[in-house]
Design a protein. Structure first.
Lengths: 317, 376
């Protein structure tokens, strides 16, 4: 087991290096000079060259990459072009805010998706199964920003039950667990949860239905196991697939949703990236993408390790 | 239960098997039966029928199956694929799909299980009746250890603690002669070879001392050399523990090796049932005869194998008469029109001498004798 974890950790190293290379290249792939937004229009070529040298842009790309990587490793993600503050100071609170939203959506979407999927898989072909499938397909197909707007119109504008935007009363961005703050969480969390709930319900249903047809379920019945025990066996067999799908969905949620965070003015990573794109704030964009990509790598690693806990056969692959 | 001296000898030296020459030869001079125990009826199946009912139709899978089994007896169900052998076993356990409708009667240890509630059935399954599946690779749950899978049966039926169940599971693995049993207790099924998996499956089936053992082609999925080891082990354990056993196979040689009685099945019907020696020496039903002719035996090199023409009938469209008639060389017009009833022929020897038969040839209907032969 320990050996497997170490091997899996080693696999993550080249992936992480690849991620940093892609993030670094972003600046140079984007059309226009990275400095064009900083330099005044009438800057003389001499001044431009001077500033380029100051930022290190005159050095060959591999050298630039190594310098940047060294800085990142020390927690220096550069300075925002817009706010002139260190990028990390902007990115970390945004990541925290997105995490709050993502956890809420995960709690909602996963519990619903897994429950509905497991039930549907057990009553395959019944009316209930068809209802779950219909709901799941609708959930996956509805554009979530549209759903968010509809929820705002119904619950915030018409009914006045819940706030329409922001993270807390008075537009503050701190978070404590009380009703005033949770109120702001409800609508965006529901909006974000719908797609993962649909995807997870579909895959859990398919997996449970498939596992239930396997011979060992007959064998369990043949040795007189009660239903809850048979369910335990089915669940443990279905777990690796469910875990893989859930992990991907979770990572995607952590990436934040630009559209949903814009609709609800949620100051998360999506919100931050959106403004960084519009202001061509490349260091912020780069920093945000890097942090999120690293989360992706981390979550995949955790999922891989957890899968072995459920299915020992994976270890050999 | 302590392993007997007979069990502790190495099973992979098939001495007994070698000394008796071919399996068929062994049968004609069968090894003497163990000391007679007072006969005790474990299983009685009467007019058992199974239909699969769905929106698309109503298919009769089993029809009027009747047999009974005493303590310590082995009945081999023989027949082609789709003849209803496996369905018979699954019906006995009540693990058919929900579309199945069961009729008739099956008494296991005095309790009729047709129409029994799910909770009654659950108490019987695994404790009174146990089943060995054809493919141990798929019948064992891949993500639980062998020890856990044996243990949970004991916890459920015997009310043992997990620690006691584990100790008992270890004894069982030793009983089925799995080497280094202690390590195998914590092994997952994929870490065992096919033969060891099937031994573990046997240990699982024996865990609650069942009175009735059902074995669904337990050696078919194994290598030829391993088949014989597992078969010998099964026979020894069956004799040792005195379980009534229904053993499904399509291999005549296997049937000869293990059976006391043989039931030949065709298209969901038991067409001939008799003592194994009687069936081998003197098969009476045309289908049994055809089955014997199409089996490879020692010393047959150079002879032409006589395969049964045609293929088993579609159960959804059974002919009105005898279902074997279209492939039978003795068929007459009457056979095609009227399905034969079960008749009971008196046998020659002692013990289970009588013979169950579904064939007009051995009946005494006037209509058969006067009807014209059908030439294929």
């Amino acid at each position: 087991m320990l050996f497997y974890v170490i091997r899996r950790l080693l696999y993550a190293v080249p992936i992480t290096i690849g991620v940093t290379i892609v993030c670094f290249s972003l600046i140079h792939l984007a059309p226009g000079d990275p400095l064009s937004t900083v330099l005044p229009d009438n800057a003389s070529p001499e001044v431009a060259a001077q500033i380029r040298a100051a930022y290190g842009f005159d050095k060959p790309l591999p050298i630039q990459y190594l310098v940047w990587l060294g800085n990142v490793a020390q927690g220096d993600f550069g300075v925002s072009v817009q706010s002139r503050r260190p990028v990390l100071g902007d990115v970390l609170p945004a990541v925290r805010n997105t995490m709050i939203l993502a956890f809420a959506a995960v709690l909602l979407g996963f519990s619903f998706g897994i429950l509905a999927g497991a039930v549907a898989g057990h009553v395959e072909g019944s009316l209930l199964d068809k209802a779950v499938t219909a709901f799941a397909i609708t959930g996956v197909s509805v554009p979530h920003y549209w759903l968010g707007l509809v929820l705002v119109v119904v619950f915030a504008v018409n009914l006045g039950m819940l706030p329409a935007m922001g993270m807390g009363p008075g537009g503050q961005s701190g978070f404590t667990i009380d009703w005033a703050h949770l109120k702001h969480l409800i609508l965006p969390a529901i909006t974000l949860a719908v797609i993962p709930a649909g995807i997870i319900a579909r895959s859990v249903r398919a997996t449970v239905a498939e596992v239930r047809k396997r011979e060992f379920v007959s064998a369990l019945r043949a040795k007189g196991m009660p239903r809850p025990r048979i369910f335990l066996h089915v669940a443990k067999n279905a777990a690796p697939v469910v875990l893989a799908v859930s992990g991907l969905q979770f990572a995607q949620l952590l990436g934040g949703s630009i559209l949903v965070e814009m609709v609800f003015s949620w100051p998360g990573t999506g919100f931050l990236m959106n403004s960084a794109i519009f202001t061509r704030d490349l260091p912020v964009l780069q920093g945000t993408i890097l942090v999120l990509s690293l989360f992706f790598v981390l979550i995949n690693l955790i999922v891989d390790v957890l899968q072995v806990v459920f299915d020992p056969r994976i270890k050999r692959a | 239960m302590p392993a007997s001296p007979a069990l502790s000898r190495q099973p992979w030296l098939p001495k007994r098997w070698r000394s008796t020459g071919s399996r068929l030869e062994a049968l004609v001079a069968p090894t003497p039966a163990p000391a007679p125990v007072p006969s005790e009826r474990i299983l009685h199946v009467e007019d058992l029928g199974v239909r699969f009912v769905s929106r698309d139709g109503d298919v009769s899978i089993l029809n009027g199956v009747t047999f009974s089994l005493d303590r310590g007896e082995v009945l081999c169900l023989l027949g082609e694929s789709g003849s209803g052998k496996s369905v018979t076993l699954r019906t006995l356990l009540g693990i058919l799909p929900p579309t199945a409708r069961v009729s008739g009667r099956m008494d296991v240890d005095g309790q009729n299980l047709v129409g029994a509630s799910e909770s009654e059935l659950r108490r019987v399954r695994g404790s009174k009746i146990a089943m060995i599946f054809q493919e141990p690779a798929t019948a064992l749950d891949p993500v639980f250890t062998i020890g856990h899978q044996i243990g949970e049966t004991l916890v459920e039926h015997k009310g043992l603690s997990w620690a006691d169940a584990r100790a008992r599971a270890l004894q069982l693995l030793e009983l089925v002669q799995i080497p280094s049993a202690r390590q195998r207790l914590d092994a997952y099924p994929h870490e065992l070879s096919g033969g060891l998996k099937q031994r573990a499956m046997i240990a699982l089936a024996l865990s609650c001392d069942p009175k009735l053992l059902l074995a669904d082609e337990p050696t078919t999925a194994l290598d030829a050399t391993v088949q014989i080891q597992v078969l010998l082990l099964l026979r020894e354990l069956q004799r040792e523990l005195g379980m009534a056993t229904v053993f499904v196979t399509h291999d005549l040689g296997v049937a000869c090796e293990i059976a006391d009685r043989v039931g030949v099945m065709y298209a969901g019907r038991l067409v001939e049932g008799a003592d194994v020696a009687a069936i081998i020496k003197d098969p009476l039903h045309p289908y049994t005869q055809a089955l014997m002719r199409s089996t490879v035996q020692a010393g047959m090199r150079g002879k032409v194998l006589d395969a049964i023409p045609g293929s088993p009938p579609d159960l959804a469209m059974l002919p009105p008469g005898c279902s074997f008639a279209p492939r039978c060389r003795h068929a007459r017009a009457h056979c095609l029109a009227v399905a034969p009833d079960l008749i009971r022929l008196p046998g020659a020897g002692a013990g289970h001498s009588q013979r169950d038969m579904r064939c007009h040839i051995h009946g005494d209907e006037e209509a058969y004798r006067v009807s014209a032969p059908v030439t294929a």
